[in-house]
Design a protein around this ligand. Structure first.
Ligand SMILES: [Zn+2]
Length: 179
């Protein structure tokens, strides 16, 4: 499990996650669109504060340039995410579902045929709870519904084995012919 990184700058950008959220692959923080614009405004505020300090030395100038670049970088991340179509029609090529006993959840990785669709959901964690899985089965995103369906299938299979006292497999790969 990734420890939440404090003051993570989300340097690798943010990825599309379920529930109209965007997630940082480094610190795993997720935010909605409002959170995203707050994140941009934070950078703008830091820059404005730096500009309001009248310091003529070269060091202050470098710092201000850096803060300006951070504003541009965050705006670019937001712009790209806003312009990504939320509903991706491409079917995944493969879905890997791995049970995490510690977190009591299923980690799913979604693989697409190349070229990968922009904004396609690539990774998601689903709590190993029947209600949660069922909830995701009516998600507006067809990829999320598909993942939920596969997780439900694997979860039911594992539960059945566990009831019978048998060891359940921890991972399952769903290939395109099963999707
Ligand atoms: Zn981060």
């Amino acid at each position: 499990m990734v420890e939440p990184t404090e003051n993570c700058l989300h340097l690798e950008g943010l990825k599309v996650a379920i529930g109209s959220e965007y997630r940082c692959p480094v610190c795993e923080e997720s935010m909605d669109l409002a959170g995203l614009s707050r994140w941009v405004r934070d950078a703008e505020r830091s820059r404005d504060e730096a500009y309001s300090m009248v310091e003529g030395d070269g060091f202050g100038e470098i710092a201000r340039d850096e803060l300006q670049r951070e504003v541009y970088r965050r705006r670019r991340v937001m712009y790209e995410l806003e312009n990504v179509p939320r509903v991706v029609t491409a079917r995944p090529e493969m879905i890997l579902v791995v049970h995490d006993a510690v977190k009591a959840s299923y980690g799913c990785r979604i693989f697409y045929k190349e070229p990968r669709p922009a904004g396609g959901l690539e990774q998601v964690s689903v709590a190993a709870v029947q209600e949660t899985i069922l909830e995701l089965r009516s998600d507006p995103d067809p990829i999320v519904r598909l993942i939920a369906e596969k997780v439900e299938e694997f979860h039911a299979f594992r539960s059945k084995l566990a009831e019978g006292g048998a060891a359940a497999p921890e991972r399952r790969v769903f290939y395109s012919n099963e999707l």
